[in-house]
Design a binder for this molecule. Structure first.
Ligand code: NOJ
Ligand code: MG
Length: 590
């Protein structure tokens, strides 16, 4: 069994690197031409027909932890609105808000009790409307989270459903008889530990939940459920949402015959046997729903985007979600988030696979999110961490993938798990302690300045403690330092926007045999400059030279665009340059 969302790296990576190539899928664009806004992502003339999300930099915000505006120690919508100028200045094009709907907060918002309101601790609907309006004024789109697989057990739909066996909403969830006294219907296990079935004494039947007991799964075979969830999507689209990240999409359907899942050797952090989620994950029916949802969102202006959270074991499975231009536009490529060490051959292979499998689809990369340890900790060597952060930033922002940042990565925030079990907030940390300390470590408050709680909240203590690193790592300090990680991100995002090769170019791997330096070309499809990128993924200086004739590059020098550290010449000979440890080189070639 997979051990919580971010404990699966080795398993997935092994599968991934063995995954066969070649899946055909159509391009998910062109349906709508230009969006109604003219955001910075659309500003380049060659993009007149490209959808906005193809060039957008998406920034994930965990609302609980971004900015508290009312002093209760919890972030809120007005706090995000206050920080929009910061985001504008950073250069991002869209924010993805993880759920801020009414919720008992068992899974911090991924257990929704009312899909069309705002949880009072995050604000009001008027606050949301103001956020959407002010974001639009700054050409920042707002992507919402559509938690389609399950609701909270406090949702009125579930309360009705559980009230009697013949309630009209009974079939909205998955109710079954046990096998016998005290025995659940089958061996399915929850992703968050224990059986996936909970007995409800009121009607003496079990209900199914892929996640916590408090997150009953909806029955997607019921047409009323589909309609209700599509109405949720319509509600937010008409309030200005630019699309959705669809939570846990691969888990919508379960085997109607309730066959037992295969048991694998060993146990997980929760003490359960490892299991293959064969009959609860990735059933073909998912695609029918994605197509229906695509039709719903396509009825709205602005080319709303659908992003699938699909931590698929391999790229073939993942890219199936593009469909025939009728499913999602961006399936989240967890692969980047799952590589645990810097390795030029490993990343080369990954990007190759992703690129090759997409025909004309659009890759979507991220390193960190609210379920994964932050990248700085995964790749840092303790000595060159700042430079390594700049290197991973380049990897994220200079391929042709749509990049997603996680709040705080642009200042080098670190994962800070709780020191004591009694401080853990995330239930999977309580259950999995000490093997799995849960996800609090990657959800700590954003670090704005050197004041109390790093400027996140005026309350004595915030909902999660601010890591001690805030004194050095915060927006105010880094804004003043020209060499900071933050200023590097800003330069990179500006470059990505202004350099046609980086915006429109194809991806061509270079120097495939190099063990230490990952290098690629972004070939400009039109006349004009292309871009080469080289990343030294080792702690030693490395020399790299390029022969780009076969790639149609005639000149023998590159014009440096963004380099570091210690590289300040006006020209770089393609016959060879030396990169500092973890050094980065981005140059224009023609
Ligand atoms: C994925 C979300 O990212 C995670 O935070 C959540 O716990 C599960 N889905 C269940 O909704
Ligand atoms: Mg607050």
């Amino acid at each position: 069994m997979k051990l919580g969302v971010h404990r699966v790296a080795a398993f997935f990576l092994a599968l991934l690197l063995n995954a066969p190539a070649a899946v055909c899928h159509a391009n998910a664009q062109t349906k709508h031409a230009l969006a109604t806004l003219a955001p910075s992502a659309d500003s380049h003339q060659q993009s007149a027909v490209a959808p906005w999300w193809k060039h957008a930099v998406i920034y994930e915000i965990y609302p609980r932890s971004f900015q508290d505006s009312d002093g209760d120690g919890v972030g809120d919508l007005s706090g995000i609105t206050k920080r929009l100028d910061y985001l504008k200045d950073l250069g991002i094009d869209a924010i993805w808000l993880t759920p801020m709907f009414p919720s008992p907060q068992v899974d911090f918002g991924y257990d929704i009790s009312d899909y069309t309101s705002i949880d009072p601790q995050y604000g009001t609907m008027a606050d949301f409307d103001r956020l959407a309006r002010e974001a639009k004024q700054r050409n920042i789109r707002v992507i919402m989270d559509l938690v389609a697989n399950h609701t909270s057990d406090q949702n009125s739909w579930f309360k009705e459903s559980r009230s009697s066996r013949n309630n009209p909403k009974r079939d909205w969830y998955i109710w079954r008889d046990g096998k016998g006294p005290g025995q659940p219907p089958n061996n399915w296990l929850s992703w968050f530990g224990g059986s996936a079935w909970t007995l409800d004494p009121k009607t003496n039947q079990y209900y199914y939940h892929y996640f916590y007991t408090e997150q009953p799964d909806l029955n997607w075979r019921n047409t009323e459920v589909r309609k209700a969830m599509y109405d949720v999507a319509r509600f937010w689209l008409s309030r200005g949402a630019a699309g959705f990240r669809i939570d846990a999409i691969s888990r919508l359907f379960e085997d109607p015959n309730l066959r037992d899942d295969p048991i694998l050797p060993g146990t997980n952090a929760y003490g359960d046997p490892n299991i293959e989620h064969k009959y609860t994950d990735n059933l073909p029916e998912v695609h029918e729903v994605l197509r229906e949802l695509r039709k719903v969102v396509d009825g709205y202006p602005g080319n709303p985007v659908l992003i699938s959270e699909a931590d698929q074991p391999n790229i073939v499975e993942l890219t199936k979600m593009y469909g025939q231009n009728d499913e999602v536009q961006l399936p989240m490529d967890f692969q980047f988030a799952l590589v645990n060490r810097l390795s030029a051959p490993a990343f080369r292979k990954l990007i190759d696979e992703i690129d090759r499998n997409r025909v004309s689809g659009q890759p979507y990369f991220f390193f960190s999110n609210h379920d994964q340890p932050r990248q700085w900790d995964r790749y840092g060597d303790g000595q060159n961490n700042d430079q390594i952060a700049k290197l991973t930033a380049t990897l994220l922002l200079a391929t042709r993938a749509t990049p997603q940042l996680y709040y705080g990565e642009e200042i080098g925030m670190v994962t800070t798990p709780p020191a004591r079990k009694e401080d853990v907030k995330d239930p999977i940390g309580k259950l999995g302690w000490p093997k799995d300390k849960g996800r609090d470590g990657e959800r700590t408050p954003m670090q704005w300045d050197t004041t109390r709680n790093a400027g996140f909240s005026t309350k004595e203590t915030a909902w999660l403690p601010v890591p001690p690193s805030y004194e050095m790592r915060n927006v105010a300090v880094e804004e003043k330092d020209p060499n900071s990680i933050l200023n590097f991100y800003k330069k990179l995002i500006t470059l990505r926007r202004s350099q046609p090769g980086l915006r429109e170019g194809s991806y061509e791997a270079l120097n495939r045999q190099d063990e230490h330096v990952l290098s690629w070309l972004r070939k400009n499809p039109l006349q004009g400059e292309s871009v080469i990128v080289a990343l030294n993924m080792s702690g030693e200086p490395r020399r790299i030279s390029w022969d780009l004739k076969s790639h149609g590059i005639k000149q023998l020098i590159a014009r440096p665009l963004l380099t570091g550290p210690g590289w300040d010449r006006a020209e770089a000979p393609l016959s060879g340059i030396t990169l500092a440890p973890f050094g980065v080189f981005i140059g224009a070639v023609q």
